[in-house]
Ligand binder design. Structure first.
Ligand code: HEM
Length: 181
């Protein structure tokens, strides 16, 4: 399997980045819902947000690398069997997935830094606060973060359903391509 994408196949780097982001998104969503229900005496009360924030920041850099790699090594062309409408819808969905990922990370950053504190990433480095003056910043950004994350999960499920439809019903190579085959 080649490293870079070509006109017909996704390369190793794009495949790894796709699945790394997909797994992290579902994991972070589950962790986010769970950790916000914990009471103060639970041992995960502080550890949960620490893990969620640290992973979220690292994921931000992974998404930047992914976008840079996409620019350097453009994805394969759509399969000839795909209809124009289908191709347009897929492009729109993919752009929206990237946009939602970035907007969720920005809103997460605004929640965590609303009180002026920086974000410690696994104790390796920290991301300083910058914007702290939005009225009720923590609550507003928190609401937006949850709404956008729910939208992302809904869209990702729809996207996954489309991929499985191509695999099991149309029996084309769409799903196999993102597995690196
Ligand atoms: C949160 C989870 C996910 C996100 C954010 C995501 C995002 C994306 C994006 C942005 C692309 C376009 C890649 C590019 O050309 O730049 C893509 C491609 C693809 N994804 Fe996902 N994905 C997720 C989960 C899944 C799952 C669970 C499946 C399958 C079960 C899947 C199947 C595919 C397939 C088959 C393609 C290639 C589509 C094509 O070649 O036209 N994705 N994904």
């Amino acid at each position: 399997m080649q490293w870079k994408n070509n006109k017909t196949h996704y390369g190793f780097i794009a495949v790894i980045l796709h699945w790394l982001v997909a797994l992290s998104v579902f994991g972070l969503f589950g962790l986010g819902l769970w950790m916000t229900q914990l009471d103060y005496y639970n041992s995960w009360y502080k550890q949960g947000p620490w893990l969620h924030k640290s992973t979220g920041i690292l994921l931000f850099f992974v998404v930047l690398v992914r976008l840079f790699w996409r620019w350097l090594s453009p994805p394969p062309a759509a399969l000839l069997s795909h209809k124009t409408m289908e191709i347009r819808l897929a492009h729109f969905t993919h752009s929206l997935l990237y946009l939602l990922l970035l907007a969720i990370m920005l809103s997460g950053y605004l929640i965590s830094t609303a009180d002026g504190r920086s974000i410690e990433v696994f104790g390796w480095f920290s991301i300083p606060a910058s914007i702290t003056s939005i009225p009720e910043q923590e609550e507003q950004a928190g609401w937006i973060h949850l709404m956008l994350a729910s939208l992302l999960i809904g869209l990702a499920l729809l996207h996954a359903t489309a991929a499985l439809k191509h695999h099991f019903i149309d029996r084309d190579r769409t799903f196999k391509r993102i597995l690196g085959k």
